[in-house]
Structure formats: C-alpha cells, structure tokens
Design a protein around this ligand. Structure first.
Ligand code: HSE
Length: 329
C-alpha cells in the first residue's frame, strides 16, 4: 500500500473544562465535533477550511493542523512535508468549548493514523498537553468521557470515567469571544487556605459523584472559589446563572472552561429543560448578551477514525459531502 493512496478522516469531540472546581484538572467530552481529512500530497500542501468557525485561519504551512501533523511525523521519524488537509468544525472558537484542544487532538489523531498509528493515545495526550499547557480539554478530546488529569509541566497523568447516559448538558454560548489568556489573567496567583480547602473538597466530591452516579451531590460539588468568582466580571450574567440554575432544574452549573460559555447539567428525563434554557438565555439577555443554547450529551468516545486505502481513497467524496448528515448546519 502506498502512503500517497491513503486518506484519513478523524472526528473529535469538543470539551468542557473545570466543571466548576476542577480548575485545569477536570474535562468532559461533548457531542459537538470537529473533522479533519488528511492525505499525503504529491503536488504541494493544500489546506481547505470549511464553515464559519474556521474563517480567517491560515491555509498555508502556518496552519495549526499542518504544524501539529509535522510534530507527529517528527516523533515517529517519518518525513512527509506535503499534505492535503480539509477541515470543518462545529465548535465555536474562543468560547470555552475546547475548540483549539479539539483541533490539536484531531490533527494528532489524523496524522498518526496516516502513518499507521505508531503513537499510542498516551503519547498523543502528552504532546497535546504540552501544546495546550493544561490537560483538561485535550484529555477529554483524546479519551472521551470524563477525564481527571494532572500535569507537572513534564508529564500528564489521567484517569477516565465513563459518563452517565442519564446526563444532558445545556450550553449557552454568548455571541462574544473571550480568550483563555485574558480569562487566566483575571486570576490571582495566591489563594487563602480556606478557598484551597473549599476547592479541593468540592472537586474531590464532584469526581466521586460522577464516578458513582450520585447526581444529587453535583450541586454542592460544582461550587468553586478559584476561578469563577474572578472571571465573573468578564461574563455579565454568569453569577446569576450559577446562583439560580439549580432552582430551575439543573443538577449544577459552571462556567465552561475559561468561558464565556455557561454550562448546566440536568437529568435527561427532567421535565424542566425548557425552563432551564429560558433562564440561561433570559439572564444573559438581561445583561444585553445574545447567546445560542445547545443541548448536548457527554461524548463517550475520543477520536473516531476512518482510514481508506488504495483505489477506494481516490473515489472518496469531498469532506463536506462525507460528513453531511452529521454536521449541525
Ligand atoms: N482550565 C482552563 C482555564 C481551560 O480555565 O483557564 C481553558 O481552556
């Protein structure tokens, strides 16, 4: 089989990080996706980006996907300078849904599959964490489900939990962007001991609640004193939503990652979903913020890969036709 006759399609979930108290530690994959198709090019690198979420990003070798693919090839000691890449993403940029983590993981998974998967998932997780600087979003995109992770600046460790099928996730995505860098700058670099104890206890409770299916504990366990209070000024309406969501049927609510998206967990069978959605959107609207509500599920799987070889690869339809039934628009 010639490598030039292989095409890989990778589909990777978005993610939410922190889940309230688990700052830079907890992540959950979500049923919102990015897709990358990758192949070796014999005629120079060509990068096609589809959809409004990728508008304005580079389409030359400065493209993140191209650069991440080259990291995989370097690690595996293969030389593939020219690629054909097509990408589409349903994950809005810079909103706290792990769009960059998903793009990195999607590029790693596609490039690795292209060369016969010499790197295991843990290797991909290590590279992705190094690139992102924290393991929470990338861990969820690599392993799917709920990921509890640590990072010592050199090595990332993780344990994956199976998400409950009984959880639904409501996200309210404000129509403004907030860079992770700006949202991290809002945080102090020292915390009172009482707040540290507060967060360690809540984060530990949350992991135990999610691991055992004790959903009644989520409300207490999702409280946070480490990042949300400091970021509240950047997201008008956030404090009201975090205070009031449980009174409208939510099991718990949090800022999604560094924001500005807000997230609420609710039992799938709850009759109060419309009420909760209205509450989130109206609370943001009262602050003059338009937001889009999406109902998602925790995504149990990490990257899904389709590898096509030989003559069949030449017959493949373009990316947007191949994923037509799966994308949101
Ligand atoms: N844990 C990170 C933060 C997630 O809250 O800053 C950002 O992607």
């Amino acid at each position: 089989m010639k490598l030039t006759e292989r095409r890989v399609l990778a589909k990777v979930p978005a993610s939410t990080a922190n889940l309230g108290p688990g700052f830079d530690t907890l992540g959950m994959a979500l049923s919102l996706y990015a897709w990358i198709e990758m192949g070796v090019s014999e005629t120079g690198t060509a990068i096609e980006l589809h959809g409004r979420n990728l508008r304005g990003l580079p389409t030359d070798k400065n493209n993140l996907i191209y650069k991440v693919a080259q990291l995989v090839f370097n690690e595996a000691e293969v030389d593939i300078p020219e690629l054909h890449i097509a990408m589409y993403s349903d994950i809005p940029l810079t909103r706290g849904l792990g769009s960059s983590a998903s793009a990195i993981v999607c590029a790693l998974a596609a490039a690795n599959a292209l060369i016969g998967s010499p790197l295991d998932d843990d290797r991909l997780f290590q590279i992705a964490t190094r690139l992102e600087g924290h393991p929470d979003n990338v861990g969820a995109s690599v392993f799917g489900g709920i990921v509890v992770a640590s990072w010592d600046g050199n090595r990332a460790s993780h344990i994956r939990l199976e998400p409950s099928p009984d959880l639904d996730v409501l996200v309210a995505i404000p129509d403004f962007q907030l860079s992770t860098e700006k949202a991290r700058h809002a945080l102090p670099d020292r915390f009172p001991m009482a707040d540290v104890v507060f967060n360690v206890s809540r984060s530990s409770l949350l992991v135990a609640a999610l691991a055992t299916g004790n959903h009644g504990m989520i409300r207490t366990a999702m409280q946070d004193r480490m990042h949300q209070p400091y970021r509240a000024a950047l997201i008008p309406g956030m404090a009201g939503i975090l205070d009031g969501a449980a009174e409208r049927g939510a099991l718990g609510a949090a800022l999604s990652g560094a924001g500005p998206t807000l997230l609420a967990l609710i039992e799938s069978g709850s009759p109060r979903k419309q009420e909760l959605e209205r509450f989130l959107l109206q609370t943001l609207a009262a602050e003059g913020i338009t937001a889009e509500a999406l109902w998602l599920k925790p995504a149990a799987a990490g990257p899904e890969l389709t590898v096509t070889d030989g003559g069949a690869a030449a017959e493949l339809a373009p990316l947007m036709e191949r994923i037509k039934g799966e994308v949101r628009v």
